[in-house]
Design a protein around this ligand. Structure first.
Ligand code: SF4
Ligand code: SF4
Length: 191
């Protein structure tokens, strides 16, 4: 049965010796069948397939694991988790790697962490994402003048299709989700 447990959470103090120890435990039943890779729509974009990433985790190849783009490209569709014959919590494991890479400020993961951070800050402020504010914040954090240029064709396409607006709708209250965000932070701290 696929695991329905919550994200594997690893506290920084637990990662001092072997940062992958908890993940190795969680993935120890992997039989390297490759079903996760065959199920993953994003595998063709990843530098290592999911199956290979789990092998690297089990082998304790920390350097290669955190320099890989595989977990960053996981879109959390849960398909591999549903199909893994050993019922392993693979999407949670991907999420754990994202959290660890963000907390360790891994260079390859930094753009993703800034992207997610800007997105969530906008959601927190408005109760929904304000695309323009979110992207502006992301561009400022990236400190690279080429980043906005890279996103320009996509932005024009989305504007033309009416998917984003230049003018943000006004939310009724500033920070309407503050309580929710605070509660999640408390729950994370309790883990
Ligand atoms: S589907 Fe499960 S058992 Fe098979 S390789 Fe992937 S993680 Fe391992
Ligand atoms: S949860 Fe991530 S790794 Fe698994 S199939 Fe979906 S995108 Fe691929």
């Amino acid at each position: 049965m696929p695991s329905s447990g919550s994200t594997l959470y690893i506290k920084p103090e637990e990662t001092a010796g072997n940062p992958l120890a908890k993940l190795q435990e969680a993935l120890s039943a992997c039989i390297q069948c490759g079903t996760c890779t065959a199920s993953c729509r994003n595998a063709c974009l990843m530098d290592h397939t999911p199956r290979r990433l789990w092998r690297m985790v089990l082998m304790g190849d920390t350097e290669s694991v955190f320099h890989s783009r595989t977990f960053a490209l996981c879109s959390a569709c849960y398909y591999c988790t549903l199909r893994c014959p050993r019922g392993l919590a693979l999407t949670d494991a991907m999420d754990t790697l994202k959290q660890m890479a963000a907390s360790r400020n891994v260079a390859e993961y930094r753009p993703n962490a800034r992207f997610y951070g800007s997105f969530m800050e906008s959601v927190r402020r408005h109760g929904r994402v304000n695309e323009m504010e979110f992207m502006q914040k992301y561009f400022i954090l990236m400190k690279n003048p080429l980043t906005p240029i890279q996103f320009t064709p996509l932005g024009i396409k989305l504007l033309r299709k009416g998917k984003i607006s230049l003018w943000p709708g006004k939310s009724k209250a500033e920070h309407p989700l503050d309580d929710l965000f605070r509660r999640v932070a408390e729950l994370e701290a309790e883990k």
